[in-house]
Design a protein around this ligand. Structure first.
Ligand code: ADP
Length: 251
């Protein structure tokens, strides 16, 4: 799959996008493109529209104005579930079914086999995905019995099993213990090295500046979009967050 990707493929394309749940826009005049192979972090204060932006990217919400495209198609009409892995916030397992890790990862094959039986080759892909995220030893553990970080890994494995080339994660390190965050980011970096496009919302600014190559700083509008080093040196954060003091609290 990675070899099939054209280097210049545009994965996400938001053009002049404005959206509000009411008459008041939550995100406004957003121009944002992501090409295949990028590793991008979206940062911003609470309520700045990050989750909304993610849902617009994925076509879960439709813009009031402007256009949102995903893999070149109108985002809301995009339906190739095998290309896209979305890891929503999973701080709590309460809403998850008491199924095992392997059963969760198996779901990644459904876009390929329907609800039919998995072949040996499909199961090999499932087990390889478990191995890649370091969860083989937990394959038969119930998803409800995992730590936050382990659960996120299981959902990433599900995306790998579907052979997704875009991984979108909404605050994946919420509920992940501090010692595991570093390893989690190393996993994301290794997936990105394999050619998977990674887009994540992150509240942990230290993690962002250490690991993401590109940062988008959002507070209704985009305050900064560029290489992480330039972001660190800029005043975008202070402008987007209002005061430098808030920035300290958020990191
Ligand atoms: P962030 O992810 O940066 O915390 P969100 O995109 O979740 O921001 O929210 C942006 C704004 O939109 C907030 O003011 C929030 O209260 C509002 N909002 C989010 N989801 C909904 C919804 N489903 N209905 C109405 N308002 C919403």
């Amino acid at each position: 799959r990675v070899e099939e990707l054209r280097v210049s493929e545009r994965v996400i394309d938001l053009s002049n996008v404005t959206f509000g749940y009411t008459a008041t826009p939550v995100v406004e005049d957003i121009d944002l493109t992501v090409d295949a192979g990028e590793h991008l972090a979206v940062v911003g204060p609470n309520g700045s529209g990050k989750s909304t932006l993610m849902k617009l990217m994925l076509g879960l919400l439709e813009p009031d104005r402007g256009t949102a495209r995903l893999f070149g198609e109108p985002a809301h009409a995009f339906d190739d579930g095998s290309r896209l892995g979305y890891v929503a916030q999973h701080a709590s397992a309460s809403k998850e079914m008491p199924i095992t890790v392997r059963e969760v990862v198996k779901m990644g094959r459904f876009p390929h086999v329907g609800f039919g039986t998995l072949s040996t080759a499909d199961w090999d892909i499932v087990d390889e995905a478990l191995d890649t995220v370091g969860m083989s030893a937990f394959a038969n553990r119930r998803i409800t019995q995992l730590s936050g970080g382990q659960r996120q890994r299981a959902f990433i494995a599900r995306a790998l099993a579907s052979e997704a080339d875009l991984l979108v994660l909404d605050e994946p390190t919420v509920g992940v213990d501090a010692e595991s965050v570093e390893a989690f980011y190393e996993l994301l970096a290794s997936l990105n090295d394999r050619g998977i496009t990674v887009v994540l919302i992150e509240h942990d600014l230290g993690a962002v500046t250490d690991h993401a190559r590109r940062v988008v700083c959002l507070n209704r509008r985009i305050y900064f979009d560029g290489p992480t080093a330039e972001f660190t040196a800029s005043d975008a954060l202070a402008r987007a967050f209002g005061t430098a003091a808030v920035m300290g609290e958020s990191s």
